[in-house]
Ligand binder design. Structure first.
Ligand code: WT7
Length: 636
């Protein structure tokens, strides 16, 4: 029996048990049967969480793009690999076949080589959701360059930080991007960023919006003329299973963003295996994930997971509200989408609009619905289930992280009975644990604690780029010999997991992971600000929104506070991006602190949540008097 495609609950348990009792044999069988290796491994798994060091399929040789493209050419050459739906519904969709994808990836890879990019070099990608983004990702992988995709909604300064952190040699960008009715001038953001980036010597520019751009002599090059004359074949650079495939940045609760490093062999195996099972993909299906490739969801479940499985993967350039709130459903009907994967924040935004936006379209092609990024509330779950799935398409609530590389806890559709807000069971190979404050594992069911993973899985990040010590401290120090996720969870009576949310200072806004520290740093740059603290509070559409408590250097000054609020949000937009703007800004006389000077975010969080009846004992604070004042002036 192949355990690659799980088809019923009994089989799930069989496969799961096997994956726990003999993980190496389990993953070895999957790796052997379903992938193209140039050389097999010497060992399946070596690991030591105390260092931490993990390697999967050590000694094996492969190129992931041969798995994504070349090996499909004989059987699926004319099948659509990437189905591109442009921002403007009047612009024609593009069907890129596996054969065409092969040629375009090879040409792009040859251009990169000609620009001096070699194995191990880091290449930054700052692009809209156009086919060239997926092609550029694969072109890097083709020649062993490490891609670092930066979401094209980040500001120049956030882009520069990410480029500098991993010393990118080259950047691939576009003149601009279309997002709904807006055209965004991406190239000028790149120009601004590159002023602070010494490592980047070349920038390859893709034409998308035909806007005016300045091309810096000797640095900026239009891509298309180079592609036009590039060879359509390019031998794949053979990589070690543990060679890095990409770096992807995610926010932490403190410090600068963390460049999570994912490697080649294990990542490929797990992305492909989890894709196949969580979406129950079959050969004729059209699969659509609405995420941006700038996030891990796009890496694993727009590009790598689907393509390794020879799937048709939809790439959508636009936004759910353009030209109107029916756009997602129009696309589902138009392309007869079978699996649809989106975020709770998008569901909540669309659920607020008139149902006629949904009812206009034939959604009968849908077989599986997915969500990811944050806990989905019950109301949104029901709206999705009733109106989109018509109670016929199971919802897979998939819990995972940038760091985990692939989905960790999720129902298997048509197999695991779903309940709103429960991510249900771990996928095969995943061994979750719940721990109490003392680090003791809570055994049995009906327990709640901090969520950790006890055993390695193939797609886990191996390190933080340039800072292994931070990797160790962040993920492997909270609990001995376990990976700590930063999330809390409950295990119910049947063993289903329900993720309760972050237990650290990371706040998830519209599914975007935001650390408090970089936002506070941006605010504190304002000359009028003395100090600040950010907390999350519940928000109907975004899940959480940001509430900033800010103490000014001169209290009681006559400055116009509304202007100040605007200036502060402007600073945040410049330093991080509009996603990190504060919903509410309260100017305070001081911030509650412990005697050791640590800001008591817990108290501030409760005030923002309007839960002031149980603030706990505030008398031991350094400055208990500020609390009442904050409550009295709270913006709730
Ligand atoms: C954090 C990771 C994984 C891709 C997108 C986010 C939260 C993610 C769920 C879910 C409850 C979820 C967690 C996690 N999260 N999926 N289904 N239910 N919470 O990746 O930016 O690395 O964020 O997102 O808090 O730790 P990320």
């Amino acid at each position: 029996m192949s355990n690659y495609h799980i088809k019923n609950l009994e089989e799930y348990w069989q496969v799961y048990r096997k994956s726990i009792q003999n993980p190496e044999q389990f993953w070895e069988e999957i790796a052997e049967e379903h992938f193209l290796w140039r050389k097999k491994w010497d060992s399946v798994l070596e690991w030591d969480f105390s260092k931490p060091e993990v390697s999967w399929f050590k000694g094996a040789k492969l190129n992931i793009t041969e798995n994504c493209i070349d090996r499909h050419l004989a059987t699926r050459g004319d099948k659509t690999a990437i189905l591109f739906e442009p921002n403007n519904p009047k612009e024609e969709a593009q069907h890129i076949t596996y054969k065409q994808l092969h040629a375009r990836v090879c040409q792009f890879a040859n251009v990169l080589k000609a620009q001096g990019v070699t194995k191990g070099d880091r290449v930054c990608l700052y692009l809209p959701m156009i086919p060239e983004l997926a092609i550029a990702v694969l072109a890097c992988a083709r020649i062993g360059a490490v891609h670092s995709v930066v979401f094209a909604g980040f500001s120049a300064s956030a882009l520069a930080t990410r480029i500098n952190d991993c010393d990118c040699k080259l950047i691939i960008c576009s003149d601009g991007s279309y997002r709904g009715a807006k055209t965004i001038d991406l190239k000028s953001i790149v120009d601004e960023a590159l002023e602070d980036c010494q490592s980047v010597s070349k920038s390859l520019v893709i034409k998308r919006t035909n806007g005016n751009v300045t091309m810096k002599e000797g640095r900026d090059i239009w891509l298309q003329p180079l592609l036009d004359v590039a060879d359509t074949s390019c031998p794949a650079t053979i990589m070690d299973a543990e060679d890095p495939l990409f770096v992807l940045y995610t926010s932490g609760s403190t410090g600068k963003p963390k460049g999570m490093v994912h490697t080649t062999g294990g990542y490929m195996v797990y992305a492909a295996y989890s894709f196949k099972n969580v979406f129950q993909y079959t050969e004729q299906d059209i699969y659509w994930c609405t995420a941006d490739i700038g996030w891990i969801t796009g890496h694993s479940y727009i590009v790598y997971g689907p393509l390794v499985n020879g799937a048709t993967t939809v790439m959508f350039e636009g936004v759910p509200s353009y030209p109107d709130f029916g756009r997602f459903w129009e696309i589902v009907e138009k392309h007869k989408v079978n699996q649809f994967y989106t975020a709770p924040t998008a569901i909540r935004a669309l659920a607020k609009e008139n149902l006629s936006f949904v009812e206009k379209y034939d959604l009968s092609s849908l077989k599986v619905l997915g969500t990811v990024g944050e806990p989905i509330n019950e109301e949104a779950w029901h709206w999705y289930n009733d109106n989109i799935g018509k109670k016929n398409s199971p919802i897979v609530d998939t819990w995972w992280q940038t760091e985990t590389g692939g989905i960790m806890i999720s129902p298997i559709p048509y197999t695991t009975p779903t309940i709103p807000t429960f991510a249900t069971f771990p996928l095969p190979g995943i061994q979750p644990a719940l721990l109490n404050e003392n680090g003791e594992e809570l055994k049995g069911n009906q327990v709640e604690g901090k969520l950790a993973i006890k055993f390695p899985w193939p797609s886990m990040a191996r390190t933080i780029y340039g800072n292994h010590q931070r990797y160790k401290e962040t993920y492997f120090s909270a609990f001995k010999n376990m990976y700590f996720t930063g999330d809390g969870a409950r295990r119910d009576a049947v063993g289903y997991y329900r993720i309760t949310g972050r237990v650290d200072d990371v706040i998830i806004v519209s599914g975007h992971n935001l650390g408090t520290a970089p936002i506070e740093d941006a605010i504190n740059e304002h000359p009028a600000v003395a100090e600040s603290a950010i907390v999350g509070f519940p928000h109907d559409i975004k899940g959480n929104a940001l509430y900033g408590y800010i103490t000014l250097k001169e209290t009681g000054e006559s400055r116009n506070h509304d202007n100040l609020r605007k200036e502060i949000n402007q600073l945040i937009t410049e330093r991080i991006g509009p996603i990190a703007k504060l919903e509410k800004i309260q100017f305070t006389l001081g911030l509650p602190k412990t005697r050791s000077g640590k800001i008591m975010r817990r108290i501030l969080r409760k005030i923002a949540e309007k839960d002031t009846n149980n603030l706990g004992d505030t008398s031991t604070l350094l400055n208990p008097e500020v609390v009442q004042n904050i409550i009295d002036n709270a913006l709730v």
